[in-house]
Design a binder for this molecule. Structure first.
Ligand code: GDP
Ligand code: GDP
Length: 438
């Protein structure tokens, strides 16, 4: 399981600049593909082969110019409870402020690894100014410049040293392991109602079990011919209202649940449509290469004209392009409409996720297609794809070997992905395509 790193600190010290720098390399590409700009404060990154999730807690504080000590305090307390590693950012140009001291006070009490990053150290002159931050009582610090990238490599080196080795076993999911499903979505979409309808238990009764916030509890589900584990981050149980109100908290919950599952069941509120937050969760599951099923819940509340379902489906498919062959099921936890269909669909997606295509068949089909629609020539050079194979990874990933792989552009990659989706059954399953030198 990947570590979750939280960036905390008062407004304007450069948290989001640092966040963007740390996730930049891969995020930008994904966004160009989908053509969607997302206001995002969490992402995935990797350094020295270790993947981790990153959350910019500051992104969730309203009105960043006003300093709400209480708000920041809440974010820091939550980050300490829910995340594995904390990066505390301060601003060298303003020196130690009372709010920095307040945050440091909270952090000093924690046993979690804390990294003090002194930001805006854009030049050596400012190095000298950083010593006063020893007064925060957090020990060693890292001087960085989020704007020009200075020092961020050293910070990352230190961060990943704190992270456990990647545990691939979790992904491999041997045959005796049950598939793991997680129900995720915005607050009030109907997740608890769905889980209650399935398990017949009222989870809302279970509250506040101290010390277990980080752990997940998987419930084995075995009814109506279905056999799977329901991934429950402790957060799925309703906690104090304060926590529920903090968007950052629901994001945390989703990050954890998604990382633990094989298939994410994304529940959307039909009365609200497919919103930014839904899109973010979708993206998160896709990025983690999890199977995805979308449930449009509270279907009972909609006035249904002949085309309502079709229109709603088209709208969602537009939002999730280019990964459009995700199953969409219209449910109601109140009338119990299609709840079993939802599970059936999740099981199907899980099966497709372990599809393996024989190399000979894959080459036969794809090479012929590629011959008819080759990648466009670049600077007069012809790009030839000679061979392809599915990689022996737990989720569908493919390598295409070419003479000039660096010349193959995103649209062609998307074309191949779309073709593969048409030909093979990868409904609801993210697939990854690599081009390699042959
Ligand atoms: P946040 O509120 O903590 O997320 O802070 P932002 O990332 O929005 O940054 C606040 C301001 O500080 C912006 O104007 C940034 O351009 C600036 N800033 C961030 N990092 C650096 C840095 O390393 N050096 C300098 N000189 N300015 C920075
Ligand atoms: P969660 O925050 O995603 O776990 O959402 P809840 O399960 O707590 O549901 C939020 C509210 O929506 C509750 O008042 C539910 O009774 C209601 N609700 C959930 N599912 C449905 C549904 O399918 N139809 C209708 N009409 N209401 C629903």
């Amino acid at each position: 399981m990947n570590s979750i790193v939280a960036i905390v600190g008062r407004p304007n010290v450069g948290k989001s600049t640092l966040f963007n720098r740390l996730i930049q390399r891969r995020e930008a590409i994904v966004d160009n593909v989908s053509g969607v700009t997302r206001d995002r404060h969490y992402g995935k990154s990797d350094w020295n082969g270790k993947e981790f999730s990153l959350i910019d807690t500051g992104g969730y504080v309203e009105g960043s110019d006003d300093i709400f000590e209480g708000e920041i305090r809440k974010q820091v307390v939550l980050a300490l409870e829910e995340c594995d590693i904390i990066v505390f950012v301060v601003d060298v140009t303003s020196g130690v402020t009372p709010l920095d001291e307040a945050v440091a006070g909270l952090l000093r009490k924690s046993k979690k690894p804390i990294f003090l990053a002194i930001n805006k150290v854009d030049n050596a002159m400012r190095d000298a100014d950083s010593f006063e931050f020893y007064n925060l009582g957090l020990g060693e610090f890292y001087t960085i410049s989020s704007i020009n990238g200075g020092g961020t490599g050293e910070l990352l080196d230190a961060l990943v040293k704190e992270m456990p080795e990647n545990n691939e076993d979790e992904e491999i999911n041997p045959e005796d392991e049950l598939p793991k499903f997680a129900v995720v979505g915005r607050p009030n979409a109907g997740k608890s109602s769905f889980i209650n309808a399935l398990t017949g238990k009222d989870r809302n009764i279970v509250t506040n079990i101290a010390g277990t916030t980080r752990d997940t509890i998987d419930t084995v589900y075995n009814k109506f011919g279905f056999d799977f584990k329901l991934v429950d981050t402790a957060g799925i149980r309703k906690k104090s209202k304060v926590k529920e109100d903090i968007e950052f908290y629901s994001v945390m919950r989703a990050v954890r649940a998604i990382e633990h599952c094989d298939v994410a069941i994304l529940m959307v509120d039909a009365t609200r449509g497919f919103e930014g937050q839904d899109q973010n969760i979708f993206w998160l599951a896709q990025k983690n290469r999890k199977g995805i099923v979308i449930l449009v819940n509270k279907w009972d509340l909609l006035d249904k004209e002949t085309n309502t379902m079709k229109k709603c489906e088209e709208m969602i498919r537009r939002e999730i392009a280019p990964f459009t062959d995700v199953p969409i099921v219209f449910t109601s936890t109140i009338t119990k409409q299609r709840l079993l269909k939802a599970l059936e669909t999740a099981v199907d997606v899980h099966k497709s996720r372990s599809n393996k295509i024989a190399t000979s068949k894959l080459n036969e089909t794809m090479l012929e297609l590629i011959q008819n629609y080759p990648p466009p020539a670049v600077k007069g050079k012809y790009v030839k794809i000679k061979y392809c194979m599915q990689l022996p990874t737990p989720t569908p990933q493919f390598a295409f070997f070419a003479n000039l792989p660096q010349y193959i552009r995103e649209p062609y990659k998307r074309f191949l992905e779309n073709k593969m989706r048409e030909i093979y059954d990868f409904k609801g399953v993210p697939i990854t395509i690599y081009f390699r030198q042959k």
